[in-house]
Write a protein of this length. Structure first.
Length: 766
């Protein structure tokens, strides 16, 4: 009987050993549970945030999915105190085991599992904890957790076989979620202490490692005292492990936390409008008509042109990773190097804020008090104003949600008319108030909007990008996404076409109003009416009658063709006389790119946003070069340069000189559409081309006073404030005494390249 019992026990033990061995083999090969393949083990943190950098080397921000705001940091960029604190606290024999610490595991089984001592410590190594974070789903029961443990052991062993100890520590710290959208040690160091991981001191390192036990429980933002206690436990462990001296321990444990918390959101960082634009631009899919609503078919044509011509547009879908998948800016850890200069970006944002917010908005608020339909113009009826509000209501997220939940139209309107408590935006900070959602729509429409872009005249590199005044509350991008009527800023394209046809700036035109088949253009001034005036005077004064005469003598399709050469991609432009006054809608970015031709000898530079892209290992996977095309001849460009300088030196842009004292050599053009609905200023120096638009959310929101509402007053000052700051910053290298390159002794009216030596437009076109 005894022999049978012993035999049974040996057989049972052998069976258990065999079963465990078979289970281990099954787990190792992925037959039981989840086992990542070797490629995943070699690249365990593939879902990492992409980073976008400025041209001057600053991290502008990251692209992350949900809370995975992770930026990978190499081991050699970690503070030694971080590493010592982690090992001392979480795995004191880390450098001795191969993934599983059997001594710690046995202690945990006996003391915690059998004797029930909660303070006995756990048996998981740093490698096992990493395996759990990387590849194990959260267990919903004790049994499920017991099944997961052997899988974690196997993964830990594989990690140890494929990575060095230093790489495992780096992966652990790069992966850990430290709360407040700070995933990974780089974001944690920046979020809690505004430092790089390598610059963390002893106390700061111990604080962050202390959070690894339970980040919610030891959250320094909510439980400072508890966090200090945990930090000091970590310091004690470091002292016991002889990583720090008694003096270091005593000094660090009495220090305050010294937090400098910056809670991270996807809306933080430099040039938010630009960063959001780049994300959408790179992630764009190949345009298909079916994916565009009927009211936005124009965007389909714009996107189709960008897909064909710009390698950056849709880059993530045009290029493949080594595994054949598309790239994803949220998860592939890309390093995107932009053309933005953070100094110039700051100056651009300050210039827009200074003029639009501090100067124009108060004036607009005063004018609104006299408008019965404020903020809408007095030129529209109450019914028309209500129609605009109604359309905005139907496009709102609140309306969409109520509609999807089955609310009737009457119920939805009642909801929009019912006052509720809400927090609204003001330029002095958010304000708690009570108003109806319908009134809040009208409230937000009273804020003026603006877009500004600065571009290198010779490369097309976008140096500054302001899509609006507050991304959180006014996220629609008016730099490259929004399109508005350009008004008189389109006239230089028309004049350039006439220069191509042999005219010169001194050719004479009769300054009179004419009827063109029922269309009679109006003009803001009757100066020199009935006199023969040179073309350069007509452009300087932005005279509509002269523009109409030039337009009447060319084929409108030729004008459309040259607009396309300038990079103006407004879809569905119909050939007509009125095109000479700029009724077509264009983005600020397109206009700035077009004006590079006037500063660059007739060569237009397409906008370049990114110079190169690297993968998470630092390999360059894409580079972007300037894209240039000749729009007009150098001879015509020289003539246009002289005329556009005249706009500033004696025309509609002359307040640049006498009011803002900007003395650099420059050309430019103001633009104001009907009733001051859209106002523009385009200006360029030998090195930079800048453009600004200012207006309301809707075209019926504008100044009724032309003296305030014209482009020279509403948009030109932004350009002036920006360039004043740029010239003052010597580190940028832009000098106010820089000159345009023109032939020595150049006279545009007597150029040898002129094909005609005539005095009147009639003779040229007869």
């Amino acid at each position: 009987m005894r022999k049978k019992l012993i035999r049974f026990l040996w057989i049972s033990m052998a069976s258990v050993v065999v079963l465990l061995a078979l289970a281990f083999v099954a787990i190792w090969n992925g037959w039981i549970g989840y086992m990542p393949d070797m490629e995943e083990l070699e690249n365990p943190i593939s879902r990492s945030a992409s980073m976008i950098y400025s041209a001057d080397g600053k991290l502008m921000g990251t692209y992350n999915s949900d809370r995975e705001n992770r930026i990978i940091v190499d081991y050699n960029k970690l503070s030694p105190d971080l590493v010592r604190a982690l090992v001392a606290t979480e795995d004191e024999r880390f450098y001795e085991h191969s993934g599983i610490d059997f001594k710690a595991l046995g202690r945990a089984i006996v003391k915690r599992g059998i004797m029930g001592q909660a303070s006995a410590g756990g048996g998981s190594t740093i490698t096992q904890q990493l395996a759990k974070q990387l590849f194990t789903e959260k267990a919903h029961s004790t049994l499920e957790r017991l099944i997961q443990k052997p899988i974690e052991w196997v993964i830990a062993i594989k990690l140890e076989r494929n990575f060095t100890k230093e790489e495992i520590i780096a992966m652990y710290l790069n992966y850990f979620d430290f709360l407040h959208n700070a995933v990974g040690i780089k974001m944690a160091a920046d979020t809690y202490f505004s430092k790089e991981p390598k610059n963390l001191n002893l106390a700061e390192s111990a604080t962050l490692i202390g959070m690894c036990k339970n980040p919610s429980y030891f959250n320094p933002y909510r439980y400072e005292e508890r966090c200090v206690e945990r930090r000091n436990v970590v310091l004690g462990q470091m002292y016991n492990a002889r990583y720090i001296s008694k003096a270091d321990y005593d000094s660090a444990r009495v220090q305050p936390l010294g937090l400098n918390i910056r809670r991270r959101t996807h809306q933080e960082g430099i040039a938010m409008y630009f960063r959001e634009f780049i994300k959408q631009y790179m992630m764009a899919e190949e345009p298909e008509m079916k994916n565009y609503p009927s009211w936005n078919r124009a965007q389909y044509l714009i996107d189709s042109v960008a897909w064909a011509n710009d390698p950056l547009f849709g880059w993530c879908h045009k290029n493949k990773k080594r595994n054949g998948e598309d790239y994803n800016v949220y998860t592939d850890g890309l390093r995107i190097y932009s053309t933005i200069d953070t100094r110039m970006q700051k100056y651009a944002e300050e210039a827009v804020y200074q003029h639009v917010v501090k100067e124009l908005q108060p004036q607009f608020n005063v004018e609104m008090r006299m408008k019965p339909n404020a903020p809408f113009s007095r030129h529209i009826t109450q019914k028309e104003a209500q129609g605009i509000i109604d359309r905005s209501m139907r496009r709102s997220e609140r309306y969409r949600v109520l509609k999807e939940n089955g609310a009737s139209e009457e119920e939805i309107r009642h909801s929009f008319r019912t006052p509720v408590e809400m927090t609204v935006f003001t330029y002095r900070g958010e304000k708690d108030t009570t108003m109806s959602p319908l009134d809040s729509i009208r409230y937000y429409k009273k804020f003026l909007r603006s877009g500004f872009v600065s571009m290198d005249a010779h490369t097309g590199y976008v140096k500054a990008y302001v899509g609006g005044l507050n991304y959180e509350h006014f996220s629609y991008d008016m730099a490259f996404m929004g399109r508005r009527q350009v008004g008189s800023t389109t006239k230089p394209y028309l004049y350039a076409l006439t220069m191509e046809n042999g005219m010169n700036p001194c050719d004479q035109v009769l300054n009179v109003q004419k009827n063109y088949g029922g269309w009679i253009p109006r003009n803001g001034s009757r100066a020199r009416y009935g006199a023969m005036v040179p073309l350069k005077w007509g452009l300087a004064q932005s005279n509509n009658w002269i523009s109409a005469q030039l337009m009447s003598r060319i084929n409108p399709q030729d004008f459309i063709n040259i607009l396309h050469k300038f990079g103006i991609n407004t879809p569905g432009i119909e050939p007509s006389m009125v095109l000479c006054l700029g009724p077509n809608e264009v983005s600020v970015g397109e206009m700035v790119s077009a004006y590079t031709a006037f500063a660059n000898h007739g060569i237009r530079c397409a906008p370049i946003f990114v110079t190169k892209i690297e993968d998470y290992e630092g390999n360059v996977i894409a580079e972007f070069q300037p894209r240039l095309n000749e729009v007009i001849s150098e001879s015509s460009a020289n003539k246009m340069l002289v005329m556009l300088k005249g706009v500033i030196d004696g025309g509609t842009g002359s307040r640049m000189r006498y009011r803002y004292n900007v003395r650099c050599e420059m050309g430019g053009k103001t633009g104001t559409t009907n009733l001051n609905a859209d106002v523009w200023f385009m200006g360029f120096t030998p090195s930079l081309v800048n453009g600004c638009w200012v207006g309301g959310e809707d075209r019926d929101i504008h100044f009724d006073s032309t003296s305030i509402g014209q482009g020279a007053n509403m948009a030109l000052p932004v350009w002036a404030y920006f360039m004043q700051r740029v010239f003052a910053d010597k580190s940028l290298g832009y000098k106010p005494d820089e000159k345009f390159e023109l032939p020595s002794g150049y006279d545009p009216c007597k150029s040898e390249e002129d094909r005609y030596g005539l005095n009147g437009i009639e003779e040229v076109y007869e």
